[in-house]
Ligand binder design. Sequence first.
Ligand SMILES: [Zn+2]
Length: 275
Amino acid sequence: MALNVPQVRTNTIRRAGSSSSIGNTIEHDNELAPVTPRSRRNSADSANPVPIAGPTSPALTRPTTQHRTDKTTIYGGKAHKAVLFDTRRLMEKSAYFNKMLSETPEPTAEQTTYEDADETSLAIYAAWIHGKKLRGPSDFHSTGHYLGLYVMAGKFGSEALMNDVIDLVRDYYAQGGLTAPPYRLQYIYTFTSEPNPMRKFLVSTAAWRSMYGGEGISDAMKEVLGDKTLAVDYMQALIVLGKDDSKDPRKGSHCSWHTHYDTKTCPFETSEPWQ
Ligand SMILES: [Zn+2]
């Protein structure tokens, strides 16, 4: 199963100059490894077979619900870090695992290994599956993990989590007056294949920076605009902002940045003090 859930180390592009206008601070970047879009199998390393238990008499078999084990282990990253999930909750909150574990109630380790997954994003995913409230990003690194989590939530069919994550990222950007640097755009366009609210949000903040940040279009930005889909979205965002400068993508309605194909529409909206 090729999931292509990426690591978060993504930037190839150096920031050209810095924008520090109030309300248009480009999110901090640093020297990270280049993007390597990969579409490996979820475990290319099949040299690690699951230990297979010897024959077990039916009387000794642990009782399970429909032959399903209570816990499911998912392995993330190159180091195959094991993260334990409550099977029932995982199936309730992930359409992908609901299908997989219905068809394959006792998957092998290889079937639940995602080498391209960011380990930290996977750990946050587990916290969310088990009902923990997410705090959201607080700095450059955690923003990367949250974007990795957004991609993961999309791949694993957890729409409610996608909606939670974009709320948290938008709030973080709004509070810090941040805008997305080009490599964040490159990341989200590389590792998601369909139009989605996070693409739209990040590209809108970059357009905002170009229009109101006094920077124009930086060289690094021109470089990522070589991606045609990204370029079209960016131009559309510029047009929207050009018509109405009150449309700061970081502020206002949460629900207009959600999708509700599998989840119920938000009943009401609350505004935060900074909005
Ligand atoms: Zn909503």
